[in-house]
Design a protein around this ligand. Sequence first.
Ligand code: CS2
Length: 487
Amino acid sequence: MLNETTLKHLPAGVQAPQYQLGDVGRGIVHFGVGNFFRAHEAWYVNKCLGLPGQSEWGIVGVGLSGGARSEAKARAFQQQDCLYSLTEVTADGARTVSVIGALREYLLAPANPDAVLARLVDPQTRIVSMTITEGGYNIDEETGRFRLDTPAIRADLDNPGQPATVFGYVVEALRRRRAAGTGPFTVLSCDNLRSNGHVAHEAFVGYARALDADLAEWIDANVTFPCSMVDRITPGVDADTRKALNEASGLDDELPVLAEDFSQWVLEDKFCNGRPALEKAGVEFVDDVAGYEQVKVRMLNAAHLLLGSTGLLLGHRYAHETVADADLDRLVNAYWTQDAMPQIDAPAGVDLDAYRKRLLSRFSNPAVADTLLRICSDGASKVRVFWTDTVRRSLASGRPLDRIAFGIAAYLEMLGGRDEKGQAYTPIEPTLGEDELALARADDLSAALALSAFDGWRDMDTAALDAAIIAARQSIRTCGLRASLPA
Ligand code: CS2
């Protein structure tokens, strides 16, 4: 088993951490220790830890949800001394394997709430980062404000000393740090959101305001919320993939991660209590991240959702199969060149057409074997985040809406859970209840337009878009997806 003892005898070709694990401090607490975080932030920090003067920046990971799967993951982290391997694969199958040591501790919050608070309050903690998913910020898309009316938030507001949400933990810790004179930490969102730092600011200050106006003011004045653009395609790892990764590396790792060879992190340099020398690990620091986010979200993520929804309906299961399908390749390129690119204000120096070509090659990497079900998971939140800007701009400028309507129609049809070959699959939609899923499956094709996924453009005149979505759904149902593709 991979752990601190076996680290001394790694199989040939596996790169060990370039630093002593015992020297590593606990400068960062991270909420949401999923595969993406382990292949992205932890990978950059792992590089930093190998540089002189950087040893304070080890990471304490926090998992917020309980249940058998989370407990098994926590046990595996414990048995492996929080070590795991990352395999990076190029499109032609070349791979590099390294053991990542940046994660030095893992806490399952429901089982150890006090330990989580203690870590957050510890003066060593100078950054609290998070990957809590696009839908995890609890923002009302219509008002842009933090929602106080959900059961989890109400429970934390009623009992702030024993929090269960990330907002409850972070704000309670900041309250204690302020009282103890420990000072603030940076709150760093690493989710695919437009202006994720501003969204995080709204969420955490919004929560704090409902609790204590003074504290909210202090957070607003002292805590920083840098915006960041994060990018690395990181598929899920099931039991078969785990076995294959271990066979290829020679390791015995319960928690291996797989990722493409590409990685990008563009970050605003706004850290109120210090940061690792991430620029030495390949992170790009810029004054304004918004343009990079626009490019990433509206080119990569929006296209992913488009390919995921249409691909699943056609019977594909992996991302690389969709771009090898001539019809979908045409569709996604038309979306990029006609709908997305003309309406993106790209930062100076970003060549959108080169970016498009690079995306095609990244999507076609078969060694990543990224499933369409993963790509479409929580689509209800992703539609909002990835497509809203393009929809709004198209509505405002009077551009043709047919491809956008088709993409939304395909997303709604995809929720039906059966492809055109008659094969069933289970869409992963944690934020949609049974009644909302029923709306998407109803014979009345307009019913699903009430889903909150579409709240981002409710204030606009959507009559033409709504009609086009309904017509596209009708056509997909009666003539099939290929015959319904926009010209
Ligand atoms: C995907 C992303 O799930 C999704 O929405 O589009 O996870 C995508 O793979 C990453 O953002 C790539 O950086």
